[in-house]
Write a protein that binds this ligand. Structure first.
Ligand code: MG
Length: 203
C-alpha cells in the first residue's frame, strides 16, 4: 500500500505558505508505516517542535491502473475518506531552504491520519464536498472540493502516468487554508459534511 499526497492543491493554502500554485499536481508519498488509523492517538515525535495539521479528503483506490485517462479516472475509486497530513513544519522549512527532499518532514511514522470511515461516492457531488477540522472543539480548517486546483480525476490520471496505482493505495488530495500547530493534549476531529470521519488525540 502506498500513500500519495498532493501539495498546494488549494490556492488559499498555497498563498498562506507563500508559495506559487503549481503548474501540474505536486505529488509526494508517505510509506505504509506513516498510517495512523482507527482513531489511535498521535504521539508527538521528538525530532520536531512544530507539527502542523492539514486536513485532506482521501481517495481509496479500488482498481489497479497505469496511464489512466481523466475521463476514466472515476472508475478507480469507489469511496472517499478524510485524514490529516501531519507535517513537521520546522523540518520542512529547513528542507525547502536547502533544496533537500522533504520525507523527514512529511513521511515519518504516523504522519498520515486516515479515518476508518469511508463513504461511497455514488450519489455524491465530488466537486462540492465540504469538510472541516476541529481542534479542541473549535473549527480550524474548512474546505470545499470546489476549490481544488486539480480535481480527483486529474490527480489520478497524472499520478498514474508515473506510478502504477494499486488497490488499497490512498491519495490525500491536498489541504485548504488554516493549517496550524498542534500541542500535546489536543483533540482533532475531522468531518465530511456533518459526518464525523475521525478523531485523533495528540499525546
Ligand atoms: Mg498536505
Amino acid at each position: 500500500m502506498k500513500i500519495f499526497c498532493i501539495g498546494k492543491n488549494y490556492a488559499a493554502h498555497a498563498k498562506e505558505m507563500n508559495s506559487e500554485v503549481p503548474s501540474k499536481p505536486m505529488v509526494f508519498m508517505k510509506p505504509s508505516t506513516a498510517l495512523l488509523n482507527n482513531n489511535k492517538p498521535f504521539y508527538y515525535p521528538e525530532f520536531t517542535t512544530n507539527i502542523h495539521y492539514e486536513v485532506e479528503v482521501v481517495l481509496k483506490i479500488s482498481k489497479n491502473g497505469k496511464h489512466i485517462k481523466s475521463k476514466f479516472a472515476s472508475d478507480y475509486f469507489e469511496e472517499i475518506g478524510l485524514g490529516i497530513d501531519f507535517t513537521a513544519r520546522d523540518v520542512q522549512s529547513e528542507c525547502k531552504k536547502k533544496g533537500h527532499p522533504w520525507e523527514i518532514a512529511k513521511a515519518f511514522d504516523h504522519s498520515a491520519v486516515i479515518g476508518s470511515k469511508f463513504i461511497p461516492v455514488e450519489g455524491l457531488d465530488l466537486n462540492n464536498l465540504e469538510f472541516s477540522l476541529t481542534r479542541n472543539g473549535q473549527v480550524v480548517q474548512k474546505g470545499n472540493t470546489k476549490d481544488l486546483i486539480y480535481n480527483f480525476e486529474t490527480i489520478i490520471s497524472y499520478i498514474s502516468t508515473i506510478f502504477t496505482l494499486k488497490i488499497t493505495d490512498l491519495i490525500m488530495t491536498g489541504t485548504p487554508e488554516g493549517v496550524g500547530p498542534v500541542e500535546i493534549g489536543d483533540e482533532l476531529v475531522g468531518y465530511l459534511g456533518d459526518v464525523k470521519m475521525f478523531e485523533c488525540r495528540v499525546k
